[in-house]
Design a protein around this ligand. Structure first.
Ligand code: ATP
Ligand code: MG
Length: 239
């Protein structure tokens, strides 16, 4: 479903070139829940942006459902993204002048018109992320954790076949984090949504089917729930 082949990503600023991804190969199956972990600055968000078609690789291929994102025009990528991908940004990227409801509704219709069904869906999603009653509030008046949950609801509103979430529980307390992870896991199982989640939290990563460990722009290690030493691996992490 998602295929990353020999992907390199370089950023150029003036004379300076930084190679952030140094040859990444990764396949994520349809309906899989994958977690990506690794040190700050190792390239996790950069990779997630490439998976979401928000940026293009310097070299290599990113395919989602047979479509090669790296070969698409920007316009085509934008349309593809709207149809298939939900993205939770590390810094949320809410529209601050809009209300919570308007933010969640944003991906639904370009012209802002909402059907009764849409409205029902938005209220239901706000309930699922624990924000019932806050729909009319302006996004910038919410706490960091509340904003994060608006970002999650917005990413889910279109029922994307692929959910890409950059530290979606990074600003939440343990109980809220558990609720969000349970929600994501349920969507993954019931709707066969493919999920790639970047996280610093091994507790969150423990919800995934596989954990990819990133190090300095390459995949250092992959551990699967099916592996015999999976439980031991998680325990070592926590020790
Ligand atoms: N647009 C950009 N221009 C230049 N450098 C960039 C750009 N985006 C990312 N980088 C650099 O790429 C490296 C990896 O960044 P990235 O955001 O992918 O790390 P990360 O693994 O997500 O880290 P964190 O855990 O802190 O979120 C960093 O050194 C960063 O400065
Ligand atoms: Mg990041």
């Amino acid at each position: 479903m998602i295929k990353v082949r020999n992907v390199r990503k370089e950023f150029v600023q003036g004379q300076e070139r930084t190679e952030v991804l140094k040859g990444v190969d990764l396949t994520v199956e349809e309906g899989e829940f994958l977690a990506i972990m690794g040190p700050s600055g190792s390239g996790k968000s950069t990779l997630l942006h490439l998976l979401g078609g928000l940026d293009t690789p310097t070299e290599g291929e990113v395919r989602i459902r047979q479509s090669d994102l790296s070969q698409m025009s920007e316009k085509k990528r934008t349309i593809f993204r709207r149809q298939h991908i939900g993205f939770v940004f590390q810094n949320y990227q809410l529209l601050n002048s809009l209300t919570v409801e308007e933010n969640v509704a944003f991906p639904l219709h370009a012209d802002g018109s909402l059907t009764k069904e849409d409205d029902k869906r938005i209220q239901q999603l706000l309930g699922s992320v624990g924000l019932e009653g806050l729909g009319g509030k302006r996004a910038n008046l919410l706490s960091g954790g509340q904003q994060q949950r608006v970002a999650i609801a917005r990413a889910l509103v279109n029922r994307p076949s692929v959910l890409l979430a950059d530290e979606p529980t990074g600003n939440l307390d343990r109980q809220r984090a558990e609720e969000i992870l349970a929600l994501i896991t349920r969507l993954n199982r019931e709707n066969n949504q493919t999920i790639v989640m970047v996280t610093h939290d091994i507790f969150a990563a423990g919800f995934a089917d596989r954990i990819v460990l990133f190090k300095d722009g390459v995949i250092d290690q992959v551990i699967s729930r099916k592996d015999e030493d999976y439980a031991q691996y998680l325990a070592n992490f926590l020790a």
